[in-house]
Design a binder for this molecule. Structure first.
Ligand code: ADP
Ligand code: F6P
Length: 329
């Protein structure tokens, strides 16, 4: 998708759930823009800042020493009012008044829906960068923050394993992912978990109990069950309760890892991905591209129209699910 507007000043914002590496992406956008003689305006708190005109000029030094920091210096928000056309019109007016000619949106598919509306309704040049721990966005092999999140989850499960082994406990560990099982599956393989429950594959409590019983017959006295959030069967607490009813002799515990998966210093992979995508987003705008998300697939930069990035999902590799089971035998 192309636009022929002249771009002198760009805005950048982070929206939706924060993810480790968003700062590295902001830094890359700011520095690449300045390198290309563009001015950069940081928009605070995602679309909320766009509506409330919370803008700040950004220089090269504004992004010094942030590459290693989690969170986002521009802050983020969920802004339901942005779904209303008149609210978006106000946001666009604010950008016009501040001479912002184009926008880089760092966030997940919800954020790209908002970005797509700005592109379609006002012809604003907008490019998206995938920033979410969930890794569920179509058009990129990895999203910014996923690698850090799975490393955090694996470290946590390794620690829980010590207590599971010492006290003969079956732990049910709930990880994030909204409605996608990427974090759960990778965490499970990397921590050698005994079972994995993900939204993409129906969960049977009977089968899980049968499996746990088999494990016990093989003298495994403890276990780790990784439970992705977003399961139809329920949360880790609910699943543990159902198992407890069927296997009352088992000692069970539940740990929900929660937002620790969204924080912390980004891994090398996330910093590199964020740096490359931030640079490529500015290049895309300068090349006249708009209404697209910039991603990396098999080492190549690819541009996916927002329409497509928002209507499809990255899919887990179901073979990995089988591998997780085989290796935990
Ligand atoms: P993420 O970007 O991580 O998926 P959300 O789904 O919460 O997070 O979306 C972030 C923000 O994007 C929302 O709070 C809202 O401001 C905006 N947004 C989401 N969906 C739409 C939509 N259909 N139209 C306009 N804006 C939207
Ligand atoms: O999209 C990132 C994410 O952390 C999901 O994994 C999770 O379902 C959701 O955001 C949690 O959002 P909140 O912090 O608003 O509860």
């Amino acid at each position: 998708m192309a636009t022929n507007r002249t771009i002198k000043r760009i805005g950048v914002l982070t929206s939706g759930g924060d993810s480790p590496g968003m700062n590295a992406a902001i830094r890359a956008v700011v520095r690449s823009a300045i390198y290309n003689k563009l001015e950069v305006v940081g928009i605070m708190r995602g679309y909320t800042g766009l509506i409330e005109k919370q803008f700040m000029g950004m220089q090269s030094h504004s992004v010094s020493k942030i590459i290693s920091q989690g969170g986002t210096i521009l802050k983020s928000s969920r802004c339901p009012e942005f779904k209303h056309k008149e609210v978006r019109a106000k946001a666009y007016e604010n950008m016009r008044e501040s001479c912002i000619d184009a926008l880089v949106v760092i966030g997940g598919d919800g954020s790209f829906r908002g970005a797509n509306m700005l592109f379609k309704e006002f012809g604003l040049p907008v490019v998206g960068i995938p920033g979410t721990i969930d890794n569920d966005i179509y058009g990129t092999d990895f999203t910014i923050g996923y690698d850090t999140a799975i490393n955090t989850a694996v470290q946590a499960v390794d620690k829980l394993r010590d207590t599971a082994d010492s006290h003969n406990i079956v732990f049910f560990v709930e990880v994030m992912g909204r409605d996608a099982g990427f974090i759960a599956l990778s965490t499970s393989i990397a921590s050698g978990a005994e079972a994995t429950l993900i939204p993409e594959i129906p969960t049977s409590i009977d089968k899980l109990c049968e499996y746990l019983e088999n494990e016990r017959r093989k003298n495994k006295t403890s276990g780790i069950v990784i439970v992705s959030e977003g399961l139809e069967t329920g949360s880790a607490f609910e699943i543990a309760e159902k198992v407890r009813v069927k296997l009352p002799k088992y000692e069970t515990r539940v740990t929900t890892l929660g937002h620790i998966q969204r924080g912390g210093s980004p891994t090398c992979n996330d910093r590199v991905l964020a740096s490359v995508l931030g640079h490529e987003a500015v290049q895309a705008l300068l090349a006249g591209k708009s209404g697209v998300m910039v991603g990396q697939m098999q080492g190549q930069t690819v541009y996916t129209p927002f329409e497509e990035a928002c209507s499809r999902h990255n899919e887990i590799n179901k073979k990995w699910y089988d591998i997780a089971r085989i290796l935990s035998l």
